[in-house]
Design a protein around this ligand. Structure first.
Ligand SMILES: Nc1ncnc2c1ncn2[C@@H]1O[C@H](COP(=O)(O)OP(=O)(O)OP(=O)(O)O)[C@@H](O)[C@H]1O
Length: 306
């Protein structure tokens, strides 16, 4: 496999002693040349902490990470020119204009493109003379992206790239990221928008409590997850289907054979001459996988002493 990033058994702790927090707990991942790799997870799952390790902004407490076959921290001077990094909050100086900001940033790049090029790409040409402090949240996000693109990166890290963008600008950013992908740029992104991962990612990894709980293509992740049939209890003896559960007044069945089990439920209801109020049949989706994982308790290592 042509891996741009390979990480094995990464661990990251914050603090020491009784207050130590084990934020990344044995993460393994590989990112292939030219793919878009999306890291999903609930707030605090460990996405940004993991991204920092891949970007070489922090060293793992344990485990190994390689980017282009090099250690992103120790070999930073060799790796950095090929990276573009869009952090979760850019922290750009408010008093500089957009163009001044980009010119300043351009001065730090090894083989930069032009400021005009990135302004066009993020559709901020009209706002070039405006102070960063006066921009909207979505516009600031696009300046962050423009900075990340200035160095013509081969590998782009994007931490929640479209947070704060309106739907039109989100779509424009997706188009831009797809164009970059078509030109061979490898991307690792975190997002809270599941539709963003569905639209952009070749590989999706869902983090939960510091570990990667599921990973694969969208199809692989969804195919391994059950569908759900549910209806309000009709007040008669229920059909003898394995796995049928009653919770409050609601009957539910999780199944890997949605069509067969739905047919069995409907056939039973027809014979019993009952209508099933609130009947729903939900095929597995990225959202249902995500919500089920998010509802799982974290394991016992939270707060464990380092
Ligand atoms: N500097 C720090 N000191 C102590 N704990 C930290 C520090 N940075 C992060 N954490 C904790 O580590 C855990 C993982 O944080 P991280 O920012 O990696 O999560 P995330 O998945 O990126 O979350 P979000 O989606 O909210 O950005 C969180 O519980 C967070 O509170």
């Amino acid at each position: 496999m042509n891996a741009v990033i390979s990480a094995h058994d990464l661990h990251r702790w914050y603090g020491h002693g009784d207050d130590a927090y084990h934020a990344v707990r044995g993460v393994d991942l590989n990112v292939r040349q030219g793919e878009v790799f999306a890291l999903l997870g609930t707030n605090g799952a460990g996405k940004t902490s993991t991204l920092d390790l891949l970007e070489g902004l922090a060293a793992p407490d344990d485990g190994v990470v390689e980017v282009f076959g090099l250690d992103p921290m120790r070999d930073r001077r060799r790796v950095r020119p090929d990276l573009g990094i869009m952090l979760q909050s850019g922290g750009l100086p408010a008093e500089l204009t957009v163009i001044e900001t980009l010119e300043m940033w351009r001065g730090t790049c090894t083989h930069p493109t032009t400021v005009d090029d990135v302004l066009t790409k993020v559709q901020l040409t009209e706002r070039a003379g405006v102070r960063v402090g006066s921009l909207s949240g979505g516009e600031k996000r696009r300046v962050d992206l423009a900075c990340a693109l200035l160095g013509r990166p081969r590998l782009l890290f994007l931490d929640e790239p479209t947070t704060g963008l309106d739907p039109e600008n989100r779509r424009a950013t997706w188009r831009l990221l797809n164009d970059l992908k078509a030109s061979g740029v490898t991307m690792v992104l975190t997002t809270h928008y599941l539709d963003e991962a569905e639209a952009l990612a070749d590989t999706i990894a869902i983090m939960h409590a510091g570990t990667i709980a599921r990973s694969g293509t969208l199809r692989e992740i969804v195919d391994g997850h059950p569908s759900t049939i549910a209806f309000d209890h009709p007040g008669i003896t229920l059909p003898p289907l394995p796995g049928l559960r009653v919770d409050g007044g609601r009957v539910s069945l999780t199944t890997h054979r949605l069509q067969d089990d739905l047919l069995a439920v409907l056939t039973w209801a027809h014979h019993e001459r009952v209508t099933l109020p609130g009947l729903t049949a939900r095929a597995a989706s990225l959202e249902s996988v995500f919500l089920d994982l998010a509802g799982e308790p974290a394991d016992d290592k939270i707060g464990a002493t380092r």
